[in-house]
Design a protein around this ligand. Structure first.
Ligand code: ARG
Length: 457
């Protein structure tokens, strides 16, 4: 097949090599960014006197026509094209002739692809942040409705201390807020323009990189042209941020699976986000949550693949780098799909207050509070801890909860016990009295709600 770069090689490439080499199936999605980059570049060339304004006019009109035609489905991307950059340039040249052949002056596909990637990922990062906020809104609405739903908080998946469901859910809102912050951080470092780095060494033409950077909404330019064309740190950073989003979603997903099991019964998912079994008529499976948990592995894989592609590459551009898009786009698509399904799944979930409370009533989860009660009467914590441990053992032996033991029984362990102990260990007061900053007490939960409300605005 005849190539735009045909010149040195006269023999032509094998069809199999063309197919193997082509990346348009993957990079075709960046057609708009490619065209916007070319528009800015052409305007800069005219401004610097490298091409005439008349030629820029022809190029601009041609590129805008191509953009509209692709968007409106009149111009399908040619699957045989080498990549989206070649496709657009060839189409432009076939439409406007010689002016089109001037577009690639003082530019290379190496700075072009790096520019397109940054523009595309900057835009998509905004989408991911919006989706994160949408999920945070779902968490928020559930949290507001469950401020007095008491359930066991767990450590080691053993019942530990009572918390309210709102507090448990808001922990995920905190993770998601950090995720959004990490993505914004990555975008800030990503948002410098490699355009004008050319193949690797810069150019002999009198160009204006600041102009194209401003035109494309970059905060500045890459200061080293070799770094400009070969840096893919922004891909690694972004996939890494996405991987952490997936970690959080996967932990959340696991909790949803547990909560919706008959063993826990803490919540029920809406039918719209569950599936049945092809053989067991009674089943209602939380497939969406499980799939999110499963897809986490893909995104971790994308991160590892991206790092490995870059490892050992000498400066500057190497064709290996074409593989960056497979990694970063797969991670992007996966994280968007997972956030997209998670938000309505959480928004429509029905928490079960009674079942949570019932579980909280078992397992001596107010034992810490009983020890704190004795501390309040002047006993050192370690001594109180030991006494309560003996009481718990006695409770297990006699099959009674701490609330069910009589005051006479308590007195056998310490005469500091009084009638007021029952109020101190009621689940409601265990929660109410956890007033420390960030605890499960009502004021802290309110503060968290305010924070999340402000964040998702
Ligand atoms: N499709 C290529 C990529 O994504 C574009 C850059 C090609 N540059 C080159 N020197 N062959 O990496």
């Amino acid at each position: 097949m005849a190539k735009m770069w045909a010149g040195r090689s006269a023999g032509g490439t094998a069809k199999a090599a063309d197919d193997f080499n082509s990346s348009i199936a993957v990079d075709g999605r960046m057609y708009e960014e490619d065209i916007l980059g070319s528009l800015a570049h052409a305007e800069m060339l005219a401004g610097c006197g490298v091409i005439s304004y008349a030629e820029f006019g022809e190029i601009a009109e041609g590129l805008k026509g191509i953009l509209a035609d692709i968007k409106e489905g009149r111009l399908p991307l040619d699957p045989d094209a080498e990549d989206v950059h070649m496709f657009v340039e060839a189409e432009l040249t076939s439409r406007i002739g010689d002016a089109g052949r001037k577009l690639h002056t003082a530019r290379s596909r190496n700075d072009q692809v790096a520019t397109d990637m940054r523009l595309y990922l900057r835009k998509e990062s905004g989408e991911v942040i919006s989706l994160i906020k949408e999920l945070m809104r779902a968490v928020l609405s559930q949290a507001k409705a469950t401020k007095d739903y008491i359930l066991p908080g767990y450590t080691h998946l053993q019942r530990a201390q009572p918390v309210v469901f709102a507090h448990h859910l808001l922990a995920y809102a905190m993770m998601l807020a950090r995720d959004a912050g990490r993505i914004s951080d990555a975008v800030r470092r990503m948002n410098v323009s490699p355009l004008g780095s050319c193949a690797l060494a810069g150019t002999t033409y009198d160009t204006d990189r600041i102009f194209t950077a401003k035109k494309l909404g970059f905060d500045g330019v890459c200061l080293n042209s070799m770094d400009g064309v070969s840096d893919r740190d922004f891909c690694v950073e972004l996939i890494s941020a996405f991987a952490l989003v997936m970690t959080h979603l996967s932990r959340f997903a696991e909790e949803v699976v547990l909560w919706t099991s008959s063993e826990f019964g803490f919540a029920e998912l809406d039918d719209a986000y569950t599936t049945g079994s092809s053989i067991m008529p009674q089943k209602k499976n939380s497939d969406m949550a499980e799939l999110v948990r499963g897809k986490t592995g893909r995104v971790y894989g994308d991160l590892m693949a991206m790092l490995t592609v870059l490892k050992g590459l000498p400066l500057a551009y190497n064709k290996d780098m074409q593989e960056d898009k497979e990694c970063v786009f797969d991670a992007l698509d996966t994280v968007k799909a997972c956030l997209g399904i998670f938000a309505p799944m959480i928004a429509t979930m029905r928490p079960n207050k009674e079942n949570m409370y019932r579980a909280a009533g078992k397992g001596f989860i107010n034992a810490t509070d009983l020890a704190d009660y004795l501390v309040g009467k002047g006993i050192p914590f370690r001594t109180a801890y030991k006494t309560v441990g003996e009481i718990v053992a006695y409770g297990i032996k006699t099959d009674k909860t701490l609330e069910e033991l009589s005051l006479e029984e308590y007195k056998k362990f310490s005469d500091l016990f009084d009638e007021d102990l029952y109020d101190a260990i009621s689940l409601a007061s265990c929660v109410r009295r956890r007033t420390s900053e960030g605890g499960t007490g009502a004021a802290s939960v309110e503060r968290q709600i305010k924070f999340v409300e402000g964040f998702v605005k």
